[in-house]
Design a protein around this ligand. Structure first.
Ligand SMILES: Nc1ncnc2c1ncn2[C@@H]1O[C@H](COP(=O)(O)OP(=O)(O)O)[C@@H](O)[C@H]1O
Ligand SMILES: [Mg+2]
Length: 228
């Protein structure tokens, strides 16, 4: 058996990422090692430009790292052909961004229904999922009729609709007030634990770290336990 058959969650090993070439090279990730278990919420904090979004892009198979491997449920994403990678992203990886990126014309419920059409699999029941993110009473509202916090709830639900193995979340509370931020990250923690998803959340918001299972800090592309 190869060493790659030992993980059930997400594993980044000796990951390096450089942009540009020659004199203008930027090292976005520098020998990053990270294991996220199913059902674990890992937070990553760090200054702007530290490489946090790059880490999510690499973890989600959106960009190939310059060096190292990214292993998701025993599949090495860095050795996976582009078309298969798109399928893995669609079926096994959920993304949540600062702005929820919902489709303006669709109701909350239809945002979730759409996901099974995209993947061709039933996934989670849209009504049940709306219920678990506390949005049943807003099921027939479009994004323009929802508050920022409500949009993030629907965004999280949409990311979970396909029953992904991994959830990658970039600054989910950046546009929310303090109370709403706690609600949204508490929800992320609850869903991570109950659905058994391996979740990485990037945040600037130290307030919400209390909801996370583990906190890491990224500085100049290097990842380490948070020193505080
Ligand atoms: N597509 C890109 N091309 C060139 N440099 C990039 C690109 N994306 C990010 N970078 C650089 O990589 C570094 C890390 O960026 P990023 O991952 O966005 O940091 P963070 O999310 O922590 O703010 C920064 O120096 C940024 O300018
Ligand atoms: Mg970023």
């Amino acid at each position: 058996m190869s060493a790659l058959t030992t993980t059930t969650g997400l594993s980044l090993r000796n990951v390096g990422l450089q942009f540009g070439d020659g004199d203008s090279t930027v090292t976005a990730l520098d020998d990053v090692n990270l294991e996220v278990a199913p059902g674990e919420l890992v937070a990553i904090v760090g200054p702007s430009g530290a490489g946090k979004s790059s880490l999510l892009a690499v973890a989600g198979g959106l960009i190939h790292p310059t060096t190292g491997t990214v292993v998701l449920r025993d599949v090495d994403l860095t050795a996976t052909p582009r078309r298969q990678l798109a399928e893995i992203r669609r079926n096994q990886i959920g993304f949540v961004f600062q702005s929820s990126n919902l489709l303006p014309a669709l109701t909350a419920l239809d945002q979730l229904r759409l996901m099974s059409t995209i993947t061709g699999r039933p996934g989670r029941d849209p009504h049940e999922l709306l219920e678990s993110v506390g949005m049943t009473h807003r099921a027939d509202k479009r994004p323009g009729q929802l508050s920022g916090g409500e949009r993030q709830r629907v965004g999280i639900a949409r990311a979970l609709a396909t029953e992904p193995a991994v959830l990658l979340v970039d600054e989910p509370t950046a546009a929310l007030d303090r109370a709403r931020s706690h609600d949204v990250v508490q929800l992320l923690a609850d869903e991570t634990h109950s659905a058994g998803v391996a979740t990485i959340m990037v945040t600037h918001d130290h307030d919400v770290l209390v909801h996370c299972d583990r906190v890491l800090e990224m500085i100049d592309g290097r990842l380490s336990p948070l020193s505080e």
